[in-house]
Design a protein around this ligand. Structure first.
Ligand code: PMP
Length: 301
């Protein structure tokens, strides 16, 4: 495996970062998780835009231009001969001293990993996910805005641990006012009375790339989509509920805090959107290999 590290491609064993990196010492950095399907990187522009926006807010100067980053991501996938991949970009504050002052870190560290994707078990998609809410609330946007995709995921990890402790794999997180916001690594949607609803950005969520793709797909199907605040009560009484994310794609949610959602099985709209999403990932994305650019026949497709 070849990893991109600060301007060079190095074997995995040599991809080492300093213990003085503030990404390690303080969780000071930003990242992205991106997928490639059939030799094309899906929604690369959207992911890179979000990466640069997160970095801007953290006053973190990414040492590559947007275009250089795009080219380097594609090169990382190419060097590892991957067709279906999960790509991780990490830009951390870089090496400094033991104090937290970011001004002591002159050079951010840039890492790009392209690995094989391990798919979630099939049962998750056919049977659906049972989730719980937990005591830990999503970070307040005025303390640490969830719109920043930062390398500090303790808020989500604590929530996940609480769910694990209760015997569940995933959480439906609430904000400090009790509104539903998102999962620990996925956005959430509910469907009721012919409308698809997802929480708006201001309640404190990461604006998911998959979330936007699903909103676009639903609109193309003629289903009204709204960004509105809602509570657990609305989720309990929804006809369908699902979560969205780059890695998980679209996962049906069939139970929340012991209440079955709708029929208690993945709903028809969730299934229709999943099919549409899978179809889209087959044909769209930034080509990694030259043959794809020319539209030629491709091995591995
Ligand atoms: N919310 C959180 C907290 C996440 O970490 C993720 C995954 N990056 C998402 C939502 C889903 O975002 P996306 O669809 O861009 O992967």
């Amino acid at each position: 495996m070849q990893i991109y590290l600060d301007g060079k491609f190095v074997p995995k064993e040599e991809a080492k970062v300093s213990v003085f990196d503030h990404g390690y010492l303080y969780g000071d950095g930003v990242f992205e998780g991106i997928r490639a399907y059939h030799g094309r990187v899906f929604k690369l522009t959207e992911h890179l835009d979000r990466l640069y926006e997160s970095a801007k807010t953290l006053m973190l100067d990414i040492p590559l231009t947007w275009k250089e980053m795009e080219a380097t991501v594609l090169e990382t996938v190419r060097r590892n001969n991957l067709w279906d991949a999960y790509i991780r970009i990490v830009v951390s504050r870089g090496e400094g001293d033991l104090g937290l002052d970011p001004r002591k870190c002159p050079q951010p560290t840039v890492v790009i990993i392209a690995d094989k994707i391990t798919l979630y078990p099939k049962e998750l998609y056919t049977q659906g996910l049972k989730v719980v809410t937990v005591a830990t609330r999503r970070n307040h946007a005025e303390a640490l805005n969830p719109r920043i995709k930062s390398t500090n995921y303790l808020n989500n990890i604590i929530a996940k641990m609480e769910a694990n402790h209760l015997g569940y794999a995933e959480v439906l997180m609430l904000n400090s006012e009790g509104y539903v916001v998102e999962g620990t690594g996925d956005n959430v949607f509910i469907y009721r009375n012919g409308r698809l609803v997802t929480p708006p950005a201001h309640v404190g969520i990461l604006k998911g790339v998959t979330r936007q793709t699903v909103m676009d797909l639903a609109q193309e199907m003629g289903i009204p989509v709204a960004e509105e605040v809602f509570t657990r009560h609305d989720v309990f009484n929804a006809e369908e509920c699902f979560m969205t994310g780059t890695a998980a794609e679209i996962i049906p949610v069939v139970e929340v805090d012991g209440r079955g959602i709708g029929s208690g099985k993945p709903g028809p709209l969730t299934q229709k959107l999943t099919e549409a999403y899978r179809a889209l990932t087959k044909v769209s994305g930034t080509p990694v290999y030259a043959d794809l650019e020319k539209g030629g026949a491709v091995i591995g497709d």
